[in-house]
Design a protein around this ligand. Structure first.
Ligand code: GLV
Ligand code: MN
Ligand code: MN
Length: 410
């Protein structure tokens, strides 16, 4: 059994029209009108594949293809349809639409599996609109409270809860995804490892640790022409020192550490006014939890030095941590057996990106398959993978699903 590559490409292409950017990418922020259109399209395709769709109170969409054993726990496949601002066409969409392609392929073959197969579209994986990331899967697995999730606000102050209701995807708590036998997520690699190794697919060892901090620097706004340099309390000059420090700290922590300041707000942001207040994000990543903690401690120490030298106040709120998470050894073995069965060259590698599979691994055996990314680019409009590599990844997803869900007949 093999997936239909042309049909999968057509689905990816159609989905990429929703929120399409002039630069060839996609902006489909969680719970936006574009996200609603993408969800509506997915619901229609799921219905056409004979599946009924349920929606939980976090907007997570779940559809089930029954198995021959009504008592058996399902094998769950999925990812997310939201994107970052000016993101790519594959991050998330690939995992959802490849899961759909697996079900379409099974339908074409008249295949029966012992276990049910579920397709899931998790809400707000990116955290680009409502921070932190992986909010829908985290909420469904009990990591975040409903009050916390519903109260998360975007840059305009609109909340997750209000926007969920507005787009018509506030479902029922009873429809939250239940226990699963296993969870599989197909995703583009989003980095250069597979390309450098010259292999189309990867078996993911696990997901590195991620911590997000909100840094606020408070100085004093004043006139750009009249206030002498020595008397200034310039929040932006202070913030600049701290931004440079994040990279320096990550470099000192070794080749596996990452530090990114991706969101930065200057107030009042006027040419002839000394900035009085700056806030920015810090995204630290490391495969070891202890080193992640150390990076945050070092940032605090640097902030104290900068605050004293620049006459400003600096606060750092570490508001989210996703611990380093190895995937289930048996699921990894199953994926690897599926790749070998297909005769594909592959590599094992860690994920530097966060994925909903992290929170799934916290409650059921999980694993991920990566597809080679061209130029290692992702979270940008240039994100790309060849149709051949995408088909390779989707066929691994199909083969691993058949092993886990136990093919009865076709
Ligand atoms: C999700 O895309 C993340 O790794 O931040
Ligand atoms: Mn993703
Ligand atoms: Mn992403």
């Amino acid at each position: 059994m093999r997936i239909n590559s042309a049909r999968l490409q057509a689905s990816l292409e159609t989905m990429a029209q929703i929120g399409r950017t002039p630069g060839g990418g996609v902006t489909r922020l969680a719970l936006s009108d574009e996200d609603k259109a993408a969800r509506d399209l997915l619901a229609r395709w799921l219905a056409e594949a004979g599946l009924t769709v349920q929606v939980d109170d976090f907007g997570n969409m779940l559809a089930r293809r029954p198995g021959s054993d009504p008592a058996a726990a399902p094998v769950r496949l999925g990812s997310h349809l939201d994107t970052v601002r000016q993101g790519g066409r594959f991050d998330g969409a690939l995992g959802v639409l490849a899961a759909l392609e697996v079900v379409r392929t099974l339908n074409d073959a008249g295949a029966v599996t012992r276990r049910p197969i579920e397709i899931v579209n998790w809400t707000n994986e990116e955290g680009a609109r409502f921070e932190p990331a992986m909010l829908g899967s985290g909420a469904a697995t009990g990591r975040f409270t409903k009050a916390f999730v519903y109260g998360r606000a975007d840059r305009e102050g609109r909340t997750f809860g209000d926007e969920l209701v507005r787009i018509g995807y506030c479902g029922d708590p009873a429809q939250r995804p239940g226990p699963a036998h296993a969870y599989l997520e197909l995703h583009i690699e989003q980095g250069p490892v597979l390309e450098e190794a010259g292999v189309p697919v990867g078996v993911v060892e696990g997901i590195i640790g991620i911590t997000w901090c909100q840094v606020t620097v408070e100085g004093q706004s004043a006139h750009a022409g009249t206030m002498p340099l020595a008397r200034r309390r310039d929040a932006l000059q202070a913030a600049a020192h701290l931004v440079l420090a994040t990279r320096e700290l990550a470099r000192q922590a070794g080749p596996d550490a990452r530090a990114t300041v991706g969101r930065f707000i200057v107030e009042p942001n006027v040419t002839n006014v000394i900035p009085g207040r700056v806030s920015f994000s810090v995204d630290f990543r490391h495969p070891e939890a202890a080193l992640l903690d150390r990076l945050v401690e070092q940032l605090h120490a640097r902030a104290e030095q900068v605050a004293a030298a620049e006459g400003v106040r600096i606060s750092i709120e570490r508001f989210w941590t996703s611990e380093p998470t190895p995937f289930d050894p048996a699921v990894k073995e199953t994926i690897e057996a599926a790749v070998r069965e297909l005769g594909m060259p592959f590599q094992r590698l860690w994920s530097g990106a966060g994925h909903d599979a992290k929170y799934m691994q916290d409650c059921c055996p999980s694993g991920m398959i990566f597809v080679r990314s061209q130029g290692g680019l992702s979270h940008c409009e240039q994100e790309a993978s060849t149709p051949e590599d995408i088909a390779a990844g989707a066929n691994v997803l199909l083969a691993a699903t058949l092993r886990l869900a136990e093919l009865v007949s076709h």
